[in-house]
Design a protein around this ligand. Structure first.
Ligand SMILES: Cc1ncc(COP(=O)(O)O)c(C=O)c1O
Length: 397
């Protein structure tokens, strides 16, 4: 019998770039969602309680009754004018800088922005510096373009910029540096104010582009906000943002803002991914933002996540053995555990047997480090079950 793909499988035809070690990654985290009755500290999902269902229903009614056309039609690749203006307004108000029209584009979620950046700027073997640990989706996105990922360590004040500087001086030559300065996923830490301008300066001096992911920036537990890297260095930073945590992920929406030349390349690449972000979602977000509903939602969400975060930290304090350490987030969804001597992959599978979902830290490093670390997300767990879940984890340890 002749061996054909139909008999031997299609692997031989797969593109070389898909054979890189992209791994199960996010899919394995999403799969945990299907386990019944799991107390899941695994996914970085927003609490459905924050979703503005009634307001979205009312807006859809309004669009239908008012003869709205834009929401139901194809949109320009960069985005519809009204929603672009609404995003620019928010950037101006929240980050103190209004982007020029040719600096901003609307994407289908932040993950698409990362995909567009990779597609436009990465050749096989190019070096991308990431934080160790970092967002799994970013590792997967950059790997899918066969980039070579180098992780620079984080501490409780975010990326170790001094260490980066040492590595640059020793010859490290990245094209991109990807960072999540605010309430980082997975570590739950933020980049200290005094490290921000020096990081931007390093990009200028060494000629790399900073990719600033602000997925959790608006979800601080207090009023404290630090200057975004993009506002400090609009010449060397492209910022990617998402409405998944501030509005709802069912509307796949985000933005990318950076130097006009870069923005133009991303728009060109976007024509060949989805052509435009869904106009319906763009209009829902625009109206919600203009009416002040996003700010109201944010006020409630921030209080909710703060309450859950504090509850989880208190439970960790009660339940974890001596020697365990964890970060104290000032916003976002995550705390990062270090459990000296533990094997977190084994721990995660034993935890699932006990009905608790956690993510082993190794997934968040591009180089296999993090065997004794775990990401805990408090965003999706019901308040009362936080104590139960952490107590079970403590008992396992
Ligand atoms: C740091 C970070 N960036 C980007 C994303 C993806 O956002 P989106 O839903 O807009 O693709 C996430 C989602 O978990 C995230 O944690």
């Amino acid at each position: 019998m002749t061996v054909t793909p139909a008999t031997a499988g299609w692997e031989a035809l797969a593109a070389a770039r898909t054979r890189g070690d992209v791994g199960e990654g996010i899919a394995s985290v999403l799969a945990l969602l299907g386990v019944p009755d799991l107390i899941s500290f695994a996914g970085g999902f927003p609490d459905p309680e924050t979703f503005p269902r009634e307001r979205i229903a009312a807006l859809l009614q309004e669009f239908a009754a008012g003869g709205e056309l834009r929401a139901f039609q194809y949109a320009p690749t960069r985005g519809l004018a009204g929603p672009l203006d609404a995003f620019a307004d928010r950037l101006e108000r929240l980050q103190g800088r209004r982007p020029a029209d040719d600096e901003l584009l609307i994407t289908s979620g932040a993950i698409e922005a990362l995909e567009l950046i990779g597609k436009s700027y990465l050749d096989p073997g190019d070096v991308v510096v990431v934080e160790g640990p970092t967002y799994l989706g970013a590792i997967q996105a950059f790997r899918s373009f066969e980039a070579s990922l180098v992780a620079v360590a984080l501490d409780e004040h975010g990326l170790e910029v001094d260490e980066l500087e040492r590595q640059l001086a020793a010859g490290l030559r990245p094209k991109l540096l990807y960072t999540i300065p605010d309430h980082q996923n997975p570590a739950g830490v933020s980049l200290a104010a005094e490290r921000r301008a020096p990081l931007v300066e390093l990009a200028r001096r060494h000629g790399f582009l900073i990719v600033e992911d602000v997925a959790y920036r608006e979800l601080g537990f207090t009023e404290e906000t630090l200057p975004s890297l993009w506002s400090l260095g609009p010449d060397v930073v492209v910022q990617t943002g998402t409405t998944s945590k501030t509005f709802c992920p069912g509307v796949r929406l985000g933005w990318a803002v950076g130097p006009a030349e870069i923005s133009a390349r991303l728009v060109a690449a976007k024509q060949l991914t989805d052509q435009c972000a869904g106009a319906l979602g763009q209009r829902l977000f625009e109206e919600s933002s203009r009416r002040g509903w996003i700010d109201e939602q944010l006020t409630r969400s921030r209080a909710l996540y703060r309450r859950k975060g504090e509850r989880m930290l208190a439970a960790l304090e009660r339940s974890l053995p001596l020697g365990a350490r964890w970060t104290t987030p000032r916003g976002g969804f995550f705390s990062w555990l270090t459990l000296p001597g533990a094997n977190s992959i084994e721990l995660a599978s034993r935890a699932v047997e006990q009905g608790v979902g956690i993510v082993p830290g190794t997934l968040f490093f591009p180089d296999g480090r993090g065997a004794d670390t775990v990401r805990l997300s408090f965003s999706l767990v019901d308040d009362a079950r936080i104590d139960e879940g952490i107590a079970k984890l403590g008992a396992l340890l």
